[in-house]
Design a protein. Sequence first.
Length: 76
Amino acid sequence: MAENTRRGLFTLSGITGMLIATLLLLSILAGLTTLAIQTQQAQATNFYDPAPIVGSLDNVKTTSKANADFAFKPAK
């Protein structure tokens, strides 16, 4: 078997490849961070409003027989 003598410091399997991979990973990180910040800024003014759910709980009766329709029923 022949020995691999065509190794180089600045080939894609050397320093150049390592730098390309590092820059690629850093650019992906920067892009995802930018998207996360933009999403957070957009949703900061669009907060969750529980009023439709909480407002309708006044009509729920705790002792209603209709609530049995929504309870867990064991298998027959």
